[in-house]
Design a binder for this molecule. Structure first.
Ligand code: HPA
Length: 284
C-alpha cells in the first residue's frame, strides 16, 4: 500500500470510530485493551458501551479465527473509558503486517496513549505451567518482515526508532502491583514471535529456549512494534495455555488445549486486566 493511501485509510477508519463514539455520547478513550483467546467476556462488562463491528470500520481486516470475535467496543470498565478490541487479525490468516497492525495506527490517529495486549502463548520456560500468566518484559522476532517497513512518513513515526522500552516499565510495575494485590501469581519473560499457523517443532522450541524466549506465540509483536513507532505506552500479558512442543515428553500441542486452558483462566485473567486498567488510569 502506498503511504498516502495508508494515511487516508487510517483517517477514514478513525473518522468512523470518532463518529460512532460521539453518537453514543461517549468521550474518546485514551486506553485500548486487546482481548486474546478466552477474554471475550470482558467486552460484555463495559458500561455505556457502543459496539462497532469490524465490518463497519473502513479497511479493517475481519478475523477468521473461530475463537476470536470481531468488534470494537468503547465504554467504561469500572468507570475508566476504554476501547476494547474483541478479536484481532493475525499474519497467519494471510494478512500482511501492515494490515494486522492497522488498528494500532487508527488508535494513534484517535490519540490513544496506552495499549494493552493480551494473548495465548505456549510455555517455553520449563519453570512455567499451563494456566500461568506472564508479563511480557521484552520480545524476539526473527523473521525479517516488519510492520514499519515501507516508505517513511513522520506522521506515523520515525524511520528508525528505539525498542528498548517498548513494554513500558511504568505499566509493568502496575501489572506487578495489581497481581500482588489480587494474589494472582504473575510470571515474567520474553515473548518469542512465530508466524504460525502451525505450532512449532520441538527443535524450534529448543532454539527458542536457547535464544532466550520464555513463551511463544503468533500475535502481539507486530502491534508492539507499531506501538513503539507511535510512541504509545504498551503492556503485554500472555496466558500460558500449553507447554510448547517437545517440552513435555509424550505430548502434542493442540488448539483444543489452547482454547480450554484460555477459558479456564479467563476469570482470573480478566480480573487482573480490570485491576490493571483501573490502576493505569489513576496513575497517569
Ligand atoms: N505456539 C505458538 N502459539 C501459541 C502456542 C504455541 O505453543 N500456544 C498458544 N499460542
Amino acid at each position: 500500500m502506498h503511504m498516502n493511501d495508508l494515511l487516508t485509510c487510517i483517517e477514514q477508519a478513525a473518522a468512523l470510530v470518532r463518529e460512532r463514539v460521539a453518537a453514543a455520547g461517549m468521550e474518546l478513550p485514551h486506553t485500548a485493551l486487546v482481548l486474546g483467546s478466552g477474554l471475550g467476556y470482558l467486552a460484555d462488562e463495559l458500561e455505556d458501551a457502543v459496539r462497532i463491528p469490524y465490518e463497519d470500520i473502513p479497511h479493517f481486516p475481519v478475523s477468521t479465527v473461530a475463537s476470536h470475535a470481531g468488534f470494537l467496543a468503547a465504554g467504561r470498565l469500572n468507570g475508566v473509558p476504554l476501547f476494547v478490541f474483541s478479536g484481532r487479525s493475525h499474519y497467519y490468516e494471510g494478512y500482511d503486517f501492515t494490515t494486522v497492525t492497522f488498528y494500532v495506527r487508527v488508535l494513534q490517529a484517535l490519540d490513544v496513549k496506552t495499549l494493552i495486549l493480551t494473548n495465548a502463548a505456549g510455555g517455553v520456560n520449563t519453570d512455567f505451567a499451563v494456566g500461568d500468566l506472564m508479563l511480557i518484559t521484552d520480545h524476539i522476532k526473527l523473521c525479517a518482515d516488519s510492520p514499519a517497513r515501507g516508505p517513511a512518513d513522520e506522521r506515523l513515526g520515525a524511520r528508525f526508532f528505539d525498542m528498548t522500552h517498548t513494554y513500558t516499565p511504568r505499566l509493568q510495575e502496575i501489572a506487578r502491583r495489581a497481581a500482588a494485590e489480587l494474589s494472582v501469581p504473575l510470571r515474567e519473560g520474553v515473548y518469542f514471535y512465530m508466524g504460525g499457523p502451525q505450532f512449532e517443532t520441538p527443535a524450534e522450541i529448543r532454539m527458542i529456549r536457547l535464544l532466550g524466549g520464555d513463551a511463544v506465540g503468533m500475535s502481539t509483536v507486530p502491534e508492539a512494534i507499531v506501538a513503539a513507532q507511535s510512541g504509545m505506552e504498551l503492556l503485554g500479558i500472555s496466558c500460558i495455555t500449553n507447554m510448547a512442543a517437545g517440552i513435555v515428553a509424550g505430548t502434542e500441542v493442540s488448539d483444543d488445549e489452547v482454547v480450554v486452558a484460555a477459558a479456564k483462566m479467563s476469570r482470573t485473567f480478566g480480573e487482573l486486566m480490570k485491576a490493571i486498567v483501573a490502576k493505569a488510569a489513576k496513575d497517569v
